[in-house]
Ligand binder design. Sequence first.
Ligand SMILES: NC(=O)c1ccc[n+]([C@@H]2O[C@H](COP(=O)([O-])OP(=O)(O)OC[C@H]3O[C@@H](n4cnc5c(N)ncnc54)[C@H](OP(=O)(O)O)[C@@H]3O)[C@@H](O)[C@H]2O)c1
Length: 373
Amino acid sequence: MEATMTAVVADDYGQPETLAIRTIPIPEPGPGQIQVRLRAAALNPADVVALSGTMRAVAELDFPHVPGSDFAGTVTKTGPGSGPGVGRFAVGDEVFGMALPRGSAALAAIVSSPPSLTTGTLAEYAVFDADTPAVALRPPALPAEHAAALALVGLTALPLLRQGRFVPGEKVLVIGATGGTGSAVLPLLAETGVHLIATSTPTDEKAMRALGAAEVIDHRATDLLDETLRRYPDGIDALVNLALPGTELPPFARAIRPGGRLLNIAHPSPDPADFDLEHLTVETLFTHAEPGDLDILAAKARPIRYRSPSAAGTSCPTRRGPTPTCETTTPEASGSSTCDTHRVGHGRGRRRGVRPAGRLCRCRAGRYIRYPC
Ligand SMILES: NC(=O)c1ccc[n+]([C@@H]2O[C@H](COP(=O)([O-])OP(=O)(O)OC[C@H]3O[C@@H](n4cnc5c(N)ncnc54)[C@H](OP(=O)(O)O)[C@@H]3O)[C@@H](O)[C@H]2O)c1
């Protein structure tokens, strides 16, 4: 096997524009690790935030740094000796999941036990710890490019669902429903039988309803709090926040009935001291993998057709179920049909699926990155 590979590389903290595609050594697995030939990878907001350096206290990066946590690929090597967890996988196995950069061990310990760490998934090869519930065998029915975008958002949605204790008929508002995490949360919530209200512009309304929303509120055209109160003067049962900073949430307590719940994943977390906790439960949840969770998510994934707002007539296959779209818009990319090896910043809205090696393309339709390109 060749000794070098192509990868997306950062030499220092900074913005996505500083990323370059370079040839670097293929990482070799140590004891308890597997090497994977990546078939697809996906970006999440956390990848870009980690690169910016604002999470340095808990997510120190080693440079050169290869970004990317979500992945799907084929096991190409196992580490020397048996090592913990390596027996789960053999060369040739198709795997998927998520893992954090090696400097993020403290953060990774929150996500799973044992933690899931990697050399970075925007590369032809990456090394992963084998003994973690955040990496699993990919079932043949789940395409690699869909599996690659499933793990982080799905493993964020499951704790929300478990902690929310939703019951049929409850009125649940999801703020940020159109994002990657929303595309995992919505179908899982709909499955519980709740009455689902999703924030969405008209462009995404059809997709939101396909994912299980009973109604939508256009968060750009209306005042979300006023509109929620107008529709539900007695209050909704639960609010799930996937978008607003926690500091903006206290006014929304008025829209939640006494005894209701506010569940949050966005940063910064809301301060419970800002709420009347006799009448409201306020919780912030984090991405978390229990053994078997990835199998549950893989089994629930269903294909849908999704039309990206900026795709100028191009549609892309994605899945109904806890999987985000596989194509995305990006504000900075426009007017070029050439491959652009530097612009991989996180745009608003959806996660982007990319080929691991130098295939980050902008399309002439504008504001659009396509997988595979
Ligand atoms: N706690 C955790 O462990 C954890 C795990 C995963 C993600 N997160 C965080 O959760 C957030 C969402 O993640 P994601 O992957 O879903 O991000 P994303 O794909 O970028 O989606 C964010 C969505 O929020 C929507 N949005 C933005 N402002 C809004 C507003 N004022 N009202 C309603 N919707 C609004 C956007 O829609 P429009 O562009 O159409 O407005 C977009 O679709 C991020 O902040 C991420 O860092 C936390």
